[in-house]
Design a protein around this ligand. Structure first.
Ligand code: GN1
Ligand code: MG
Length: 365
């Protein structure tokens, strides 16, 4: 396996000008979709350089060229506003053909410099560091708020169409190809009970109460590279799903991940709840960065966004479990079921805390 991987990485590196010799690599395992490698290269002068090589998952992204087109548009737009950026966004290197991706051995690859002194976190220990993460994601939306939407492709159609996600979930339950739905009846009931809350934001979009904006759509805390020493955001990464979406979902997804007291796949559900200090710090940062350009309705639905996206992701994890784990990479048996249960527990806790969540958003408007 190791040999096969290194050979492919070498072939990819040959498509980049004077990249030098690969001397070492490690696989990064925190993403659920693409394959990511931290690669060390020795250049002609004997100096070590570090890169990130990523194979795009084409089961999930049916048209990687469109994904990379979007990323180019976004990078150009954000870079043209350099003076307004406190936090960078990831830039991929052009290959010898001048493209920001490379086709090699049947897959699409992309390469970027490894950002020195950067780190990503799966959980947050210190609530205070969340304010700057909130600011970074809010600012990201602000910077893209004047990028014409028709410049971007929809890389995964209906990605956060929660209504369709739930319809699909119930179709999978009905098909139950591996006889797994039978064993998760309580979990399925949760989606029956909460189907109407989960549909609310899509209804508001359809009725014109909420606008589409260019949004990130995958605002996990580990999609910001943080400075190892200062814990300040350095760079927003994972731009694959940047496309038209609801601002509220970006806020909500970040809360779902970063304000959970436990990790996304925690098995001990007694450890899973919404940490209100973390919630408040993130909210402070996000709303400060975005209140100028978001509508009152959008701000008023932020807390609901956290509930809706948590239910949505829970349904995606459980559908994938029932379907045989085809979409999200798993690292243990029943991993997607553990993830789904954790998100259900978190969503239930958010529903209990909904009024307090709304009050906090109100405070920073
Ligand atoms: C996936 O690959 P990663 O971990 O950045 C998924 C997100 C989910 C997330 C849950 C394209 O993101 O939608 O919220 O897992 N990305 C895609 O951790 O489906
Ligand atoms: Mg992602």
């Amino acid at each position: 396996m190791k040999n096969k991987t290194i050979n492919i990485l070498k072939k990819v590196s040959e498509q980049y000008n004077s990249m030098g010799e690969i001397v070492d690599y490690t696989q990064c395992i925190n993403g659920h979709i693409n394959d990511t490698y931290h690669v060390k290269v020795e250049n002609k002068n004997g100096k070590c350089e570090e890169y990130i090589f990523q194979r795009i998952n084409d089961y999930v992204f049916k048209d990687p060229v469109k994904v990379m087109h979007n990323i180019k548009e976004i990078s150009l737009h954000v870079r043209s506003k350099k003076n307004e950026c406190d936090c960078d966004i990831i830039q991929f290197i052009d290959n010898t053909e001048g493209k920001n991706y490379t086709f090699c051995e049947g897959s699409f690859w992309r390469v970027c410099h490894y950002i020195k002194n950067s780190v990503t976190y799966e959980t947050v220990d210190n609530p205070k560091v969340l304010k700057s993460a909130g600011y970074a994601f809010g600012r990201f939306q602000y910077l893209l708020s004047d990028l014409p939407m028709d410049k971007l492709h929809e890389t995964i159609p209906n990605f956060h169409n929660t209504k369709r996600r739930l319809n699909y979930f119930f179709e999978v339950v009905a098909l139950d190809p591996l006889n797994r739905a039978n064993k998760v009846k309580d979990e399925i009931k949760f989606f029956e009970d909460n189907r109407s809350i989960a549909s609310k934001l899509v209804d508001m979009l359809e009725s014109g109460e909420l606008p589409l904006r260019v949004t990130h759509n995958d605002t996990k805390y580990n999609n910001i590279l943080m400075d190892k020493d200062t814990c300040e955001p350095l760079c927003v990464i994972d731009l694959d799903t940047v496309m038209p979406g609801l601002s509220t979902y970006d806020f909500g997804d970040a809360i779902r991940f970063a304000a959970n007291t436990a990790q996304e796949d925690e098995k001990d559900l007694s450890r899973v709840e919404l940490d209100m200090d973390k919630y408040e710090e993130f909210t402070k940062g996000f709303i400060t960065a975005s209140r100028e350009f978001l509508s009152k309705k959008e701000l008023d639905t932020m807390a609901l966004g956290a509930i809706v996206i948590t239910i949505e992701l829970a349904s995606r994890f459980l559908a994938d479990h029932i379907n045989g784990d085809k979409y999200f990479r798993i690292h243990r048996k029943k991993h997607n079921l553990d993830r789904a249960r954790c998100q259900i527990k978190l969503a239930k806790d958010m529903i209990k805390k909904y009024d307090i969540m709304c009050n906090i958003v109100q405070r920073y408007q």
